[in-house]
Structures are given as structure tokens and as C-alpha cells.
Design a protein around this ligand. Sequence first.
Ligand code: PLP
Length: 384
Amino acid sequence: MIPRFKPSLGWGELIAAFRFSRKDDVQRFEQAFAKKMQQRHAIAFPYGRTGLMLLLEAMGLKGREIICPAYTCVVVPHAIVFSGNEPVFIDCNEGDFNMDIDKASKTITDKTGAIIATSIFGYPADLDKLSEIRQMFPHIKIIQDCAHSFAAEWKGCPVHKAGDAAIFGLNISKIITSIFGGMVTTDNDELAVRLKNLRDERLKPATFMKSLRRLFYLLSVYLAFWEPIYSYVNRLERSGLLNKFVTYYDENVIDMPSDYLKMMSNVEARVGLVQLEKYDNIIRKRKEVALTWRKKLNRIKDIVLPPDVKGATYSHFVCLVKDRDAMLEEYMKKGVQLGTLIDYSIPYMKAYVKWKKGEYPISLEYSHSTVNFPVIRKAMKSYG
Ligand SMILES: *Cc1c(COP(=O)(O)O)cnc(C)c1O
């Protein structure tokens, strides 16, 4: 069976994970990451959300309104709330998965501290509109959430460079991975120093136990995604037995993982270093596969293809469908697992209704009509 996503992990990462630790593993990963992204600084965190939380603090934002998409990963508003700020949710553009920046612009008040412009699923955020906001409100910080948008470009400009800072997620489901982990990049020297100091002050060093746990997690990932095993894992997942392990949010609570304040481990940094070397190759392949899906799915009625945006890098190839469950079943029979990545609109979640202002019809619609196709070459073959 073709899984809904598959980390591009090979022998290189495995060997790197088992190498002896060096004191500067994390630092080397940060330097290589900054170089790849062509940014002056990259600062590593145990999770992307930890990075976002401390970034808001390093920007001096507290008790402020932070504008973010209604249709994004729920860990984003979690980080906003944990940083002592309040989320202001914005619906999507019509026919696009990204936040409607014109709407965002209209919700700006004296309390607004930052805008988190996300390039969801790897579709670049509209940088022209963001730059208009920047000119009108130069004091408002712009944070690029690039957890999905490694290498995504708007008219040739990488989205991560078009703000005060960018955050990246590096968990196992992202385009490149360091097992868990996240990065914040910036060209602002002062902000980088503040953020780094804040991190070193707040985060506890990764213990040997954490490294060991990450190593075991990595091994179990290799095993779970091994073809003969995967369909078994999938059956367990579907039966609900694995719910405890695969569900990453509870709609009633705003929380963080128990180890969100423990530094990235050396094991993770070494895996991340190997992944960075494969970065260009991974992105190129994903674009190819997305293009092929576009051609194949074009012929099928009842599937609305995602916008064909130049500069998109397809962390996910997401379509709109009428009957999602039927579609999942149909593809499962063909041996292709489809995903339903963001199956919620955040302001409608119990934990967030107190920040719900009005309705968010487009994101609500997406929450039950989007499916993502595996951006995996093999999926094309088995689909025929
Ligand atoms: C994955 C992700 C993040 C960061 O997630 P962590 O698990 O905290 O590393 C942030 N934003 C979006 C949109 C994501 O998908």
C-alpha cells in the first residue's frame, strides 16, 4: 500500500543517527540550515511551535493580537496562546488555501503585534499584498510560517525571506525532517541574539534519555514505513487502536508536548544535516509528482484541483472533493492511502471558540472537503 506520506529517509540518516555525538551537532545543523535558506541566522528548537512561541516573546510581543489563518495547523494558535498573546483568525481566500490577506489587513488594530503568513501546503503566500501591509503598518511584525513551504517562491522570491523571521517544522511528516524539531530563521542580527538567549535561558539541554527516545522513534519510523509492515500499521490505525499515538490534538485543550522545553537532541540535528543535503532533490521530485497528479486527476469529475501556482513546492497535493469518505475508501481499494491533513477550522474548535469572530465559511468547507494525495512517485505507478 502507498502511504499518504513517506519521509525520504535512507541509510545516510540511519548511519548519522548512530554516530557518536559531537558537542556542536546542533550548531552545525543551524549553520547548514541558515546557509541553505540563505539567511543570516537559523536557531534550532525541539518543535516548530516552541520556536514560534519564543519568537513572539523575543519580538517583545505580549498581550497583543496575533493574526493567523483559521485554516492552519492547530499548534500555531497553541504557540500564540502560550506566548501570552491572542489569536485573531482569518478565513481563506476563495479558491485558495492561504489566508485572505485583504481580510487580515482589515482586522488590524492598535493591539495587533504580528501577522503569521502561512504558505499552506507549499502554496506561496501573496507577498505583494503582505508588502502593502508592511508599508502601511511598519511596526507590525511579519512571520512566515514555512512548515509546509520549504523552497516555495512568490514571483521568484522565497517566501521565508519576506518577513521579519520564518519558522520551519521538521517533524517526520514535513518535507525534510530532523525526527522532531523546528527552526527559526532571520536576517535580523538583534532579533537572532535575543531569540538565542531566550532559548538558552528557557530550554533545558537534551538529556541522553531524550536522544535515546528519539533514536528509537526513528527506528520505529523506518519500520512502520517499510512496505510489508505499512499496511498492517494502517489497519491498526484505522481500527482506532493507534489513536493515542497518531492523534496530535485534542479539540478541547490548548497544550504543548511535555518535552517542548527540552532542546533539540544531537541525534535529531545529525539526521537533519543529512536531510539538508537531499533538500534540492526532494523538492524537485515533489514538484514532478504533483505535476503528474495534476494531469491524471484533471480528467476526473468531482475533484477540484488545487490552484496551479508557480513557485509552489507541494508539501501536500490537496484537492477538493464532494464525498470525502467515499473517496478515501475508493483509493484505499486501489492501494493508495489519501490523507485528510487539516480536517478542522480552528475557530470552530472548542478550545478556540472564545476567539471566534463571525464565520469562516471557506475554511469550514475545506475542513471537510479536502484530501491530500501522496506526493510519492510510487503512488503514480500503482495508480496507473
Ligand atoms: C507542522 C507545522 C508547524 C510546526 O509544527 P511542530 O510540530 O511544532 O514542529 C507549524 N505550522 C504548520 C502549518 C505546520 O504544519
